[in-house]
Design a protein around this ligand. Structure first.
Ligand SMILES: Nc1ncnc2c1ncn2[C@@H]1O[C@H](COP(=O)(O)OP(=O)(O)O)[C@@H](O)[C@H]1O
Ligand SMILES: [Mg+2]
Length: 206
């Protein structure tokens, strides 16, 4: 029987600190000699990166929420089978910057697509393998935006503040629907403090 790896995802809006925390987790894991694979969504494979470009480029204008559901799910299916599943089979620690919960937050709560539909198509895309632990970095949308001052807004970031408020509430609602898997962390704290919270939630899994 193959060794089983540990799968962790980080969620939250742009500017929440996902990339920062992913690097901190990877550093700590490296110090402990744990083999780690870091990836991000949408993207992580050649096909998924091509889909990412379509999704984020403001040049394409409005993409319907349903089209977004399919594109994200397609990118995710490829990432899962090409990168995540083999790494888990190898017993590695997999760290993913956004995963299935972003589709639920943005396309269901932000875009108004049906919960069951989005969940089911994504469960299919990832062969039912949800992360072992998910950290949602929660903070007001304005705080995330101001941290990214100077970075050009992508197509998703350009949506209305009402949209971003629904996404935030969506993430919190999702955490209530998956209480065993998801931990919500106050993303407004110092990065070191956020990391301590995260490490408290994963040390026992490793
Ligand atoms: N806890 C924090 N407090 C203040 N600034 C932070 C914190 N975490 C990250 N940052 C800074 O905010 C910006 C966005 O962080 P990043 O990790 O790229 O967020 P995300 O990947 O969620 O978009 C970066 O400039 C980063 O250095
Ligand atoms: Mg990031």
């Amino acid at each position: 029987m193959a060794k089983k790896g540990i799968f962790i995802s980080l969620e939250g809006p742009d500017g929440a600190g996902k990339t920062t925390q992913l690097q901190l987790i990877a550093q700590k894991a490296a110090q402990l000699g744990i083999e780690t694979v870091c990836t991000r969504e949408p993207g992580g494979t050649a096909v998924s990166d091509a889909i990412r470009e379509v999704l984020l480029d403001p040049r394409y204008g409005e993409i319907t929420p349903l089209t977004e559901v399919f594109l994200y799910a397609a990118a995710r299916a490829q990432l899962y089978s090409e990168i995540i599943a083999p790494a888990l089979l190898d017993g590695k620690l997999v760290l993913c910057d956004r995963f299935i919960d972003s589709s639920l937050a943005y396309q269901v709560y932000g875009g108004g697509v049906d919960w069951d539909f989005v969940l089911n198509i994504n469960l299919k895309a990832v062969q039912e393998r949800l992360p072992d632990r998910t950290f949602i970095l929660d903070l007001p949308p304005d705080v995330g935006f101001s941290r990214r001052a100077g970075v050009a807004a992508d197509r998703i970031e350009q949506k209305s503040s009402n949209f971003h408020s629904r996404v935030r509430q969506g993430f919190l609602e999702i955490s209530r629907r998956f209480p065993e898997r998801i931990v919500v962390i106050n993303g407004e704290q110092d990065a070191d403090e956020v990391f301590r919270n995260i490490w408290d939630g994963i040390a026992h899994l490793l």
